[in-house]
Ligand binder design. Structure first.
Ligand SMILES: [Zn+2]
Length: 464
């Protein structure tokens, strides 16, 4: 059996791994490389996996760095099945349409900016490609083995990362030998609100494991609700608005879920709360439809509260006009808007109207990468540039740590350790991590694996 790493090797985006036997060619994930357009465009357009010749794709979850190039794969000729959980089928379909719209807008922007002399800027893929590829999804029930062919069975179990996220176990026969190949996808954090803890699996002859936070311990989960409440009470006293930049998938639902808890407990101050992201609204609906995926606490709450994402005073903003009207609304109120690092999405408009007033608060709830507006807010620069305006940063900037969707080094070590304790780990490949992080993590898990863990480079192939 041959395993080739075609993405998320020594980096954190573009997850894509090819597994080949004498009879089968299988692809694990088909993510989009993200970053500067000039660096990623060519990488995203070319497929080293020969799409028409693939037999099946296994999709771990609906984040764009894992599923975002599936429409490209379709465009390049793939027509086989894409196996995933039921929730991932639904969520990825919505995410891919949104991604296609962004690709089309991006191509249009490049064309207008560069003028008629510019080379034609084709979108990576279109909404039509996204719609077509969604028809190839073959949802599977979790926690049970599915025999896909005499030589191939699969079992998906919850990885606790986002709604629908899965750990993929493949039982593959090649040359009379059966092997268990396990792909971690992204492993979530234990004890997070709403989501279940990651499932453990019993053994892996070959393990492909993510290590995004393989060098870092997250701060202990603080009392998130108490911290959130303090920030809202402060805002109410100040009479200002609270702007919460949030990714539409996952983070928005978790914040709304915590606010709903506070409301149910009678603690939430009487502030209007607006969720301003059409994508987040659609994904929230999908959370409602897949409530069987929630953790015990959330499912228990559902017995007395039939909607965990709605409470008096919460309003989902439907159109642009309504979104714009919030800019002139008097405080106090809360607005949760896309996107998470303030680089795009409606949140930039809300920030433009908030940062210069000291009564207002920006609440950051996720990782803010370098060179993003979110990072500049986090660093409390004296001024920030939003669209083309330089504005004084006068508002409060608060940070709510602990909502990371990725497990930290302790979660990952626990997950691999459980496998080592039961059936064992043969060969381990570490992906989805910066090189220095993967190197550190490899040392930590060396004793859990039969062979020293490998950190593959892009394009590297291994006989397994
Ligand atoms: Zn992910």
């Amino acid at each position: 059996m041959k395993l080739t790493f075609l993405g998320a090797a020594g980096e954190v985006t573009g997850s894509q791994h090819l597994l080949e036997t004498a009879e089968l060619r299988l692809l694990l994930d088909c993510g989009l490389f993200q970053g500067r357009r000039s660096e990623t465009y060519a990488k995203n357009r070319q497929f080293a996996c020969n799409p028409p010749k693939l037999d099946a794709v296994f999709l771990s979850h609906a984040h764009i760095d894992h599923c975002g190039n599936l429409p490209g794969l379709y465009k390049a000729g793939y027509r086989g099945p894409i196996y995933c959980t039921r929730a991932t089928d639904d969520v990825a379909s919505v995410m891919l349409l949104d991604s296609a719209r962004i690709q089309e807008e991006d191509a249009e922007y490049v064309a207008t900016r560069l003028g008629p002399e510019a080379p034609p800027a084709a979108p990576l893929y279109t909404e039509a490609d996204a719609r077509q590829v969604s028809k190839l999804f073959e949802p599977l029930d979790e926690n049970e083995w599915h025999k896909l062919s005499p030589a191939l069975s699969v079992r998906l179990s919850d990885s606790g990362h986002i709604l629908g996220s899965a750990i993929t176990e493949l039982d593959i026969e090649d040359g009379g030998e059966r092997k268990r190949v396990v792909f971690s996808g992204d492993v979530g954090r234990r004890g997070m609100p709403l989501l279940r803890n990651p499932s453990t699996v019993e053994r892996a002859d070959v393990l492909i494991c993510e290590c995004t936070y393989g060098d870092r311990v997250h701060p202990p989960l603080p009392d998130l609700k108490a911290e959130l409440l303090r920030i809202l009470l402060d805002a109410e006293r100040q009479g200002g608005r609270v702007v919460i930049p949030a990714f539409s998938l996952g983070r928005t639902q978790q914040i709304v879920y915590l606010l709903n808890h506070l409301y149910q407990e009678g603690k939430l101050p009487r502030l209007p709360v607006f969720v301003d992201s059409p994508l987040a609204m659609r994904i929230t609906d999908l959370h409602r439809e897949h409530s069987d995926q929630f953790d015990g606490t959330a499912r228990h709450t559902l017995k007395t509260d039939d909607d965990l994402f709605a409470f008096e005073g919460l309003h989902y903003v439907r159109d642009r006009r309504e979104s714009q009207s919030l800019n002139f609304r008097k405080g106090p109120f809360v607005v949760i808007a896309a996107g998470g690092m303030c680089e795009n999405g409606r949140v930039r408009h809300h920030l433009k109207h908030a940062v210069a007033d000291k009564r207002n608060t920006v609440l950051l709830i996720g990782y803010q990468a370098e060179h993003t507006l979110g990072r500049r807010l986090q660093e409390r620069r004296e001024t920030v540039k939003i669209f083309d305006r330089i504005l004084p940063l006068q508002c409060r900037v608060e940070k709510l740590d602990g909502l990371s969707a990725h497990g930290d080094v302790q979660d990952l070590q626990w997950w691999i350790g459980e496998m080592a304790k039961t059936g064992g780990v043969g060969q381990c490949f570490l992906v989805h991590g910066e090189p220095h992080v993967a190197t550190k993590f490899a040392q930590l898990i060396e004793n859990d694996c039969d062979e020293p863990p490998v950190i593959p480079q892009w394009g590297e192939a291994f006989e397994v």
